[in-house]
Write a protein that binds this ligand. Structure first.
Ligand SMILES: [Fe+2]
Ligand SMILES: [Fe+2]
Length: 173
């Protein structure tokens, strides 16, 4: 460490998070649960779409979705661990309610564009959910906030990737 750094005065500590009220804590756990199910549902639909698509043009999309499956499962596990740390409970499949209509595998196995659009919509929904949770945590739970900021960054990069695919497919017609 450089000498000038050693003698540097520590900067003022960041204001400590105030204790979250029981209702805020519950709202944060609920938001994490919602995000958890979104990640699980995304995983289900990425598995299906990464297998069903046919055609040479589908290969890149299938490969990308297959890679993202592991990432999205990791997101669900991260959220589940945080729910547990906050005193919540990770639910089983009977509590699951599906919502991703546009990410259902298309009837035509070569309809790559429909899948790309579905992925973009699912990623945008996750981005909205993480942004909401980040706001909810402000001033009361910096650890959950930090987790959501990291996941938000990953969803933004997924979304960006598929927006690129969409542009390419629209150009090719
Ligand atoms: Fe995710
Ligand atoms: Fe994602």
């Amino acid at each position: 460490m450089a000498r000038s750094e050693e003698t540097k005065k520590p900067s003022a500590p960041a204001p400590a998070a105030r204790a979250a009220s029981a209702s805020t804590k519950k709202a944060i756990i609920d938001a994490l649960n919602k995000a958890y199910w979104m990640e699980v549902e995304t995983t289900i639909n990425y598995i299906a779409n990464s297998i069903n698509l046919d055609g040479v043009r589908a290969e890149e999309i299938k490969k990308s979705l297959a890679t993202d499956i592991t990432v999205e499962i990791g997101h669900a596990q991260t959220l589940g661990r945080r729910i547990h740390e906050l005193g919540g409970r990770v639910q089983g499949s009977m509590a699951f309610a599906a919502a991703q209509k546009t990410l259902q595998p298309p009837r035509a196995a070569t309809d790559v564009k429909a899948v790309i659009r579905g992925v973009i919509e699912a990623e945008n929904a996750a981005i909205r959910q993480y942004n909401e949770t980040i706001r909810l945590c402000e001033g009361v739970d910096y650890v959950t906030q930090d987790i959501c900021v990291r996941l938000l960054g990953e969803e933004e990069s997924h979304c960006r990737e598929f927006l690129g695919f969409l542009r390419e497919y629209e150009r090719k017609g």
